[in-house]
Design a protein around this ligand. Structure first.
Ligand code: NCD
Length: 317
């Protein structure tokens, strides 16, 4: 089965075929986005609302552009984190918005599971743009598209995900996606930044960076998520960079053509050396941003198609 879901809440329940379908369509949107005229009308007449209860630069901007390029009416609601009161506000706000009949609701929220809860309450398609440390499906999909285009395939690759894995929804979604597509995933970082239950994830775990990077095809760095830490996870940023910060010397242990990824925002000099992040021979960080727009176009296009198919079936039933 391809991607037939009503919502995009996570990678966890996607089949390899569904993932491939999203990526294939995204490839065609990369071509559109590189053309002088970037308009298509897959979402024409539809309303997209972006609700971000956490800060975002790239994700929000790219969902907005994606919707506009496909002809949707896009509204951005910037929700102040300070005004959230224990989830009730989220559901209330969603119900209010739902009454305005949007077709696509893009939601980022600091609580794991909140976006799935919201999806049960509304009648439109919901896309998870990051829920706490749980999932960030469009990030994993854009990372997958970047890897597939650079490496020519998305299977039988060795991929090291490095740094603050415990607090990272990007890592969680990527571990699931890359595992489903039959890659070898390694997690590299200090034991304090490994998630609990790491043994059940089907990955190899390293606390030595040089060993962890040996012969990998892809090095995926993560931001040290200080806002999700309550102290004591790392000795100091200097020490962290010394042991786990990616620089040319540590990267030399990976394959010669290994690519360097980071979801951004980056802490230069903490998890990654600034010069390496800008090295266009190794770093694909800007390409990830480009792929982000195309993947979000594909995801919203497919959700709109699924909603139309469901409506047709409803009429026929
Ligand atoms: C990530 C996020 O918000 O989870 N950023 C992003 O979406 N590009 C990663 C991060 O914040 O470190």
């Amino acid at each position: 089965m391809g991607f037939t879901d009503r919502h995009l809440l996570g990678i966890e329940h996607l089949s390899p075929l569904a993932i491939t379908e999203i990526l294939d369509l995204a490839d065609s949107y990369v071509a559109l986005n590189r053309a002088p005229s970037k308009h298509a009308d897959a979402l024409r007449g539809l309303t997209q609302v972006n609700m971000f209860f956490e800060n975002s630069t790239r994700t929000q901007a790219s969902f907005e552009l994606a919707g506009k390029r496909l002809g949707a009416d896009v509204m951005n609601m910037s929700m102040q984190t300070s005004s959230i009161k224990k989830g009730e506000t989220l559901i209330d706000t969603a119900m209010t918005l739902n009454a305005m009949r949007p077709d696509l609701l893009v939601v980022r929220h600091p609580h794991a599971g909140s976006v799935a809860l919201l999806a049960q309450k509304v009648t439109c398609a919901v896309l998870n743009a990051g829920d706490g440390r749980h999932e960030h499906p469009t990030q994993a999909l854009l990372d997958a598209l970047t890897i597939r285009r650079r490496k020519g395939r998305l299977h039988r690759l060795s991929i090291a995900i490095c740094g603050d894995i415990a607090h990272s929804r990007v890592a969680r979604s990527n571990i699931m996606l890359l595992g489903k597509m039959e890659n070898r995933v390694r997690l590299v970082g200090p034991p304090t930044l490994m998630p609990s239950g790491v043994a059940d994830l089907g990955v190899e775990v390293y606390d030595d960076m040089r060993e962890g990077l040996r012969d990998v095809d892809v090095v995926m760095m993560l931001r040290l998520q200080k806002e999700r830490m309550d102290g004591g996870f790392i000795p100091s940023e200097r020490e962290f960079f010394h042991r786990y910060g990616l620089d040319h010397e540590k990267l030399a242990h990976a394959k010669e053509d290994a690519i360097v990824m980071h979801p951004a925002p980056m802490n230069r000099g903490v998890e990654i050396d600034g010069d390496l992040a800008d090295d266009i021979n190794r770093s694909v960080i800007q390409e990830q941003v480009e792929m982000g727009v195309a993947v979000r176009m594909a995801a919203m296009d497919l959700l709109a198609r699924n909603a139309r198919a469901a409506a047709r079936e409803g009429v026929m039933a």
